[in-house]
Design a protein around this ligand. Structure first.
Ligand SMILES: Nc1ncnc2c1ncn2[C@@H]1O[C@H](COP(=O)(O)OP(=O)(O)OP(=O)(O)O)[C@@H](O)[C@H]1O
Ligand SMILES: [Mg+2]
Length: 511
């Protein structure tokens, strides 16, 4: 189908207030029938809030202004109303039930039934069809909890394609996907566009937007800065619209210098907790010096996360091998041991392991550091306050107040809180798993700058990331993993995308 000149969605003068924050300020925006419309803006710009209005999660009456869909004003009281009109949203944070199968998740609340009981045959055959359309190759009977984050994201997409879809909203769908999965998703979206589905696509990855979007709209501080045809825009122009100034380079200059070896790992091996005959991580050995950033690269499922979690004492079974700090061997049986030894881990999946959503920014940030912030049995509240405010400022965390619940922060700002929480413990060895996932370009630069400063102050940093430019731009050395094993360690001067990718894809014995 051609992109029509007719308007599918017309947002007029929408304003949305939260206590202490104006999330949207008189936003107007138009989406054409049959197009893919890209939406971008810094963390906290209001993207998710606007989409929640379109999908009825923020019901009519909780905002000002008017939304027209297919020419009619809409007054959604909840998400069911928007679904009835063919609007589907895939939220930024995954929302699947881990204990249920893929099929049960996809058809949750809408199971096909025959004579009043769930028609299992149809449930699984319909699921197969939807999985096929979204390009995910897992059985419908698999438990969602056993899938990786990327696969779970694809299940969300399959779920959204259920029934009649007119407008599909994807709120940062690719932050957890690897390159092949992103390409797969792009293909699915192009096919959906051909079949007449209109799409709003939110991403911090401008390359994706330029690849797929017909128009791009930029929000900044709750205001709509503008909409233009993608072919009339450059990436730098969009960045300038997002941040309100011309873009700087992508990576800060390196001020750090490597010192003594601080952290060493030898023959680190961890069995797969589900199947003890398999290994999650096998025979990994490396050193990290003070003042150094060691990058960990590898395809999804290569064991990066399992490596970091097991070093931190938080992965299933007792690992074998040696962990040494300043040349001394240590045993780490829990995150408590790890923290006591001066280690910190910023986890990849903040919703499940990083943060407590209902608790305040302060509480989340200070939780692992309470021993340091205490004076005897009492927490030194003025010290707690000073440390929190200092990091909020340093990381530019946008929250109405440090007493706000973390769940009310935008996705990127939540990620910053989880980084701040570990910086507060003053670790000597900081491990970060996908530190900039879902973070906007401006803030990414700040995080990179901070990592360089911390290393320059003598910290040893280990960063696992699936973002290859980030790995190449930030690492002093790169450990590449393949199927739980070490495919190689590459010095940054010798590193290039082709080398890293071929090691990641084929393992050692290559190149
Ligand atoms: N439920 C809520 N209660 C209070 N404030 C909220 C709530 N939801 C969002 N906000 C605030 O509204 C603003 C816009 O947030 P929103 O989540 O829309 O940003 P975003 O553009 O999606 O950012 P990101 O790229 O980080 O996901 C932020 O300041 C956020 O803290
Ligand atoms: Mg968002």
């Amino acid at each position: 189908m051609q992109i029509g000149s007719s308007t599918l969605l017309d947002i007029r003068n929408v304003t949305k207030d939260f206590p202490g924050t104006r999330a949207l300020d008189n936003v107007s925006m138009e989406v054409k029938e049959g197009e893919i419309h890209g939406l971008c803006g810094e963390n906290g710009a209001g993207k998710s809030t606007l989409m929640k209005i379109l999908s009825g999660s923020h019901p009519y009456g909780t905002y000002e202004g008017q939304v027209f869909f297919q020419g009619e004003p809409v007054r959604f009281a909840g998400i069911r109303d928007s679904e009835a009109r063919g609007i589907r949203i895939i939220h930024q944070e995954l929302a699947l039930v881990k204990q249920m199968t893929v099929a049960e998740n996809i058809f949750l609340g809408a199971e096909p039934a025959k004579h009043g009981i769930v028609d299992e045959m149809r449930l699984y055959s319909d699921t197969r069809e939807l999985l096929g359309r979204s390009g995910l190759n897992v059985p419908g009977t698999a438990l969602v909890g056993t899938l990786g984050v990327g696969q779970q994201q694809m299940v969300e997409i399959a779920k959204a394609l259920r029934g009649h879809v007119r407008l599909l909203i994807l709120d940062e769908p690719t932050s957890a996907l690897n390159d092949a999965e992103v390409e797969n998703l792009m293909q699915t979206l192009r096919e959906l566009k051909h079949s007449g589905v209109t799409c709003i696509y939110i991403s911090h990855k401008l390359r994706e937007l330029f690849d797929i979007a017909d128009h791009i709209t930029v929000l900044r501080d709750g205001r709509c800065i503008g909409t233009a045809a993608t072919c009339d825009l450059t990436e730098d122009e969009v960045i300038a619209m997002m941040v309100g100034r011309a873009p700087t380079g992508r990576f800060p200059p390196r001020t750090r210098q490597a010192g003594k070896v601080m952290f060493s790992v030898r023959n680190w091996t961890v069995r797969n907790p589900e199947n003890r005959d398999l290994y999650a991580v096998r025979n990994i050995s490396f050193d990290v010096r003070a003042g150094e950033i060691l990058g960990i690269s590898g395809l999804m499922g290569s064991g990066r996360t399992e490596l970091l979690q097991s070093l931190f004492g938080e992965y299933g079974l007792q690992p074998s091998g040696e962990l040494m700090i300043d040349g001394k061997r240590h045993k780490v049986n829990s995150s408590r041991d790890a923290i006591a030894l001066g280690m910190g881990l910023v986890t990849e999946d903040r919703k499940n392991t990083g943060l407590i959503p209902m608790h305040s920014v302060t509480h989340n940030m200070t939780l692992p550091s309470l021993p340091n912030l205490s004076n005897g049995p009492m927490v030194d509240t003025s010290l707690e306050l000073a440390s929190t405010l200092g990091l909020v400022k340093e990381l530019n965390i946008r929250a109405p107040s440090i007493e706000s619940r973390v769940e009310t922060l935008s996705g990127g700002n939540q990620q910053k809180v989880s980084i701040a929480k570990w910086l507060m413990t003053n670790p000597r060895i900081l491990m970060l798993d996908e530190p900039t996932r879902g973070i906007d370009v401006g803030t990414k630069y700040q995080i990179y700058e901070l990592m360089d400063e911390l290393a320059a102050d003598g910290m040893a940093i280990i960063m696992a990331s699936s973002d290859l430019p980030e790995i190449l731009g930030m690492s002093d050395r790169i450990l590449v993993m393949h199927a739980g094993t070490m495919a190689g360690i590459v010095e940054s001067e010798a590193a290039n995308p082709e080398l890293i990718m071929s090691l990641a894809a084929m393992g050692a014995g290559r190149g």
